[in-house]
Design a protein around this ligand. Structure first.
Ligand SMILES: [Zn+2]
Length: 106
């Protein structure tokens, strides 16, 4: 990183790094499982996750390159992580727990 880039980043107030643009309204995400290409649909309405299609969608995020993938379920997520050894320590789990940690699946 150049000194100019570093000065620019240091000049951004921490509160400006977090956006809350999804707290209201409807957000639709159409994606495909990163392992088997099955269609995945997520809908968030007023910051509340509507039951996913299919049910039980998983996420994997982390890694040095900013991996952030969706999977149709736990099996596909675990299989995908298994063939990417550098990502074995990444965060993963049911997508619904990102909205309601510890609650039963949607
Ligand atoms: Zn899949």
């Amino acid at each position: 990183m150049t000194p100019k880039m570093l000065r620019f980043l240091e000049g951004i107030a921490p509160q400006n790094l977090v956006r809350r643009s999804y707290d209201r309204g409807l957000v639709r995400l159409n994606d495909a499982c990163a392992s088997c290409a099955r269609r995945i649909r997520l809908v968030v309405e007023d910051a509340r996750l509507i039951p996913t299609e299919p049910a039980g969608v998983w996420h994997v995020r982390g890694g040095g390159c900013g991996v952030n993938n969706l999977f149709c379920g736990q099996a596909c997520a675990e299989n995908w992580v298994a063939v990417h050894p550098s990502l074995r320590g990444v965060e993963r789990g049911p997508v619904h727990e990102l909205w309601s940690p510890g609650l039963p699946g949607t």
